[in-house]
Design a protein around this ligand. Structure first.
Ligand code: CTP
Ligand code: MG
Ligand code: K
Length: 181
């Protein structure tokens, strides 16, 4: 597989997992998922994980997956190679897994004594990949193995932190996010 083809497919296939975190930042607020509950001295998840942010994040990811699926045949024709269409379960695995990964990361941050918004290098950039990929493999195994070759997985691991840092920096500069990570 050509390098450019691998990069395009990696980016396309991950878009429904990339968008939920950013949508949650824009749409977040309201009731926290943990309802303010603590475990020991510390919040279970914290005020940064809300029902509205999570629901809107998943909705944004699934909607984008539907749009990409609609566009895929024409884009594939123009590029000269196929780009992924998303099955409903694949869309749900990628978007839902991204939100779940982010939530689990906050759970770990609270257990390690980090306040809401504190930085956790590595986890902040890759938390959603770590859950969205296995969940997608679980929900849509054939689809997953069709698109996630070893080359694509490798590119995903490399471009994800770069994209994450860039988009969060932009969101911070625009005043949408409280911290640049
Ligand atoms: N957000 C939300 N629901 C989610 C994820 C994010 O409402 N499931 C919103 C919150 O307003 C949150 C903001 O997006 O403050 C930024 O997200 P993130 O950086 O993930 O949360 P933090 O506030 O940094 O909290 P944490 O330390 O738990 O990551
Ligand atoms: Mg944060
Ligand atoms: K996060």
């Amino acid at each position: 597989m050509a390098v450019l083809e691998t990069i395009v497919i990696a980016f396309w296939v991950m878009l429904p997992a990339y968008v939920p975190n950013n949508a949650a930042v824009l749409a977040g607020g309201g009731r926290p998922i943990d309802g303010g509950r603590t475990w020991g001295e510390k919040r279970v998840l914290g005020d940064g994980k809300t029902w509205r942010g999570t629901a809107m994040g998943i909705l944004a990811g699934v909607t984008l997956a539907a749009l990409l699926t609609y566009l895929a045949p024409d884009v594939g024709d123009s590029l000269g190679f196929s780009v992924p269409q998303f099955t409903p379960l694949a869309a749900l695995g990628l978007s839902g897994g991204a939100m779940l990964g982010d939530i689990l990361a906050s759970f770990l941050k609270r257990r390690s004594g980090r306040q809401r918004g504190a930085m956790f290098p590595g986890l902040d950039q890759l938390d959603f990949v770590v859950v969205s990929l296995p969940l997608t493999a679980l929900l849509a195994f054939d689809w997953f193995t069709t698109w996630f070759s070893l080359e694509v997985l490798f590119v995903v691991i490399v471009i994800t932190p770069i994209l994450h840092i860039t988009t969060n920096m932009i969101a911070y500069k625009l005043g949408l996010k409280n911290e640049p990570w």
